[in-house]
Design a protein around this ligand. Structure first.
Ligand code: ADP
Length: 191
């Protein structure tokens, strides 16, 4: 059987505020509720690509390097995560979901999508997820500062980084459609 080449896609949201004052925590802290998981799973179903949630992968393999008492969350061992994924990424056809991006080798991804959600909506989503106090405030503040694209643009070539609105179910549908089409075209062009 001939293996078809498939692209690797990163779905992310980059929370610069965390990086600014607590760099390590950018990688370990919950999920920001912008719709990466929902979009990633939907895309995997439609394209046949494999969805990988870094938070779950770390939990399953205990790819941690300590525990952060202040924020009550484990600290991700970035090297172990990268080692764990290396072979799969080399094969291609992986959708990675994570709220950060500069831990991954640049060569891994053919395209990067940075999801954006309006603050009020984000607040409600995170509240309904049980976030409260500092964790809720800090998450939402990251969005207020609107520096979300910065890290992705620093880590990857500008032309592969795309910003997508993720406020409504219609956005979700449109984003899915757009990425499915892009994926099909990529596969055609590379096989
Ligand atoms: P993340 O993976 O970024 O943390 P999730 O995919 O878990 O985000 O989504 C967080 C919540 O927001 C879920 O309840 C989901 O149903 C909802 N949601 C996701 N995308 C959208 C969207 N485009 N419009 C409205 N609600 C959404």
């Amino acid at each position: 059987m001939i293996m078809r080449k498939k692209p690797n896609i990163l779905l992310t949201v980059v929370l610069k505020l965390w990086s600014a004052h607590c760099r390590e925590r950018t990688r370990v802290w919950g999920t920001p509720g912008v719709g990466k998981t929902t979009l990633g799973k939907e895309l995997a179903q439609r394209t046949g690509l494999t969805y990988v949630n870094i938070g779950e992968l770390a939990q399953e393999g205990q790819l941690y390097d300590g525990f952060d008492e202040e924020y009550n969350c484990p600290i991700l061992d970035e090297d172990k995560v990268v080692d764990e994924l290396e072979d799969k990424m080399a094969e291609g056809g992986v959708i990675v979901d994570y709220h950060g991006c500069d831990l991954f080798p640049e060569r891994w991804f053919h395209i990067v999508f940075v999801l954006r959600t309006d603050n009020t909506k984000l607040y409600t989503r995170l509240e309904s997820r049980g976030y409260s106090g500092k964790k809720l405030q800090d998450n939402v503040q990251c969005e207020i500062f609107q520096t979300i694209l910065e890290e992705a643009l620093e880590a990857y070539q500008e032309e592969i980084v795309h910003q997508l609105p993720s406020n409504t179910p219609e956005d979700l549908e449109q984003n899915t459609e757009q990425i499915v089409q892009w994926t099909e075209q990529w596969i055609k062009d590379h096989n």
